[in-house]
Design a protein around this ligand. Structure first.
Ligand SMILES: [Zn+2]
Ligand SMILES: [Zn+2]
Length: 176
């Protein structure tokens, strides 16, 4: 079956990308995948916006054929296209100041100094998003091939304040 966008029949499903529950009647995106344990297919559910950011191909397929009006459709289409063009971009899972100086940047391999802004990464493997380390904010251009990570980081870290975002922007620009 094709990927789908539909109104949630219940509030039981959680979005695989952000971990939050999908409210009953809210639009949700179902990615169809072969079931590794049985005949047939299984469905992974997402908020449409979360799918646009972290599963761009299924999002674009489902959005192309849906009869539902999606909020922020143009923005989501644009973000999904960016995620297809830059293969690592869907790994963005948020941004924060490093709480310690122990993590190494996946791009430059240097330690990320305490309190420096870093981008958190998840790798999509076998239907799951695995926490997979960090890159310096300043290494975004090198690692992702684009510096357009802020909207993604904000979506997955809704607690970021305006002042945080300003700092993050400066940190991204400094070295890129
Ligand atoms: Zn979500
Ligand atoms: Zn780095």
């Amino acid at each position: 079956m094709a990927h789908t966008i539909e109104h949630a029949a219940s509030a039981r499903a959680k979005c695989r990308a952000c971990g939050e529950r999908i409210a009953k009647a809210e639009l949700r995106l179902g990615e169809r995948l072969p079931n590794p344990f049985a005949e047939g297919e299984m469905t992974h559910w997402y908020h449409p916006v979360c799918a646009a950011l972290k599963r761009p191909e299924p999002y674009l397929e489902a959005a192309a054929t849906t009869e539902h009006a999606l909020e922020r459709r143009e923005w989501m289409d644009e973000q999904a296209a960016l995620g297809v063009a830059h293969r690592r971009l869907p790994r963005v899972d948020g941004a924060q100041r490093a709480p310690t100086g122990r993590a190494r940047c996946r791009s430059c391999r240097e330690l990320i100094e305490k309190d420096a802004w870093r981008i958190a990464l998840v790798f999509y493997e076998e239907g799951r998003f695995q926490p997979s380390g960090f890159v310096h904010a300043g290494c975004c251009g090198e690692y992702f091939g684009t510096c357009r990570v802020i909207e993604r980081a904000r979506h997955f870290c809704p607690g970021l304040e305006e002042s945080d975002v300003e700092e993050l922007k400066r940190a991204i620009e400094v070295r890129s």
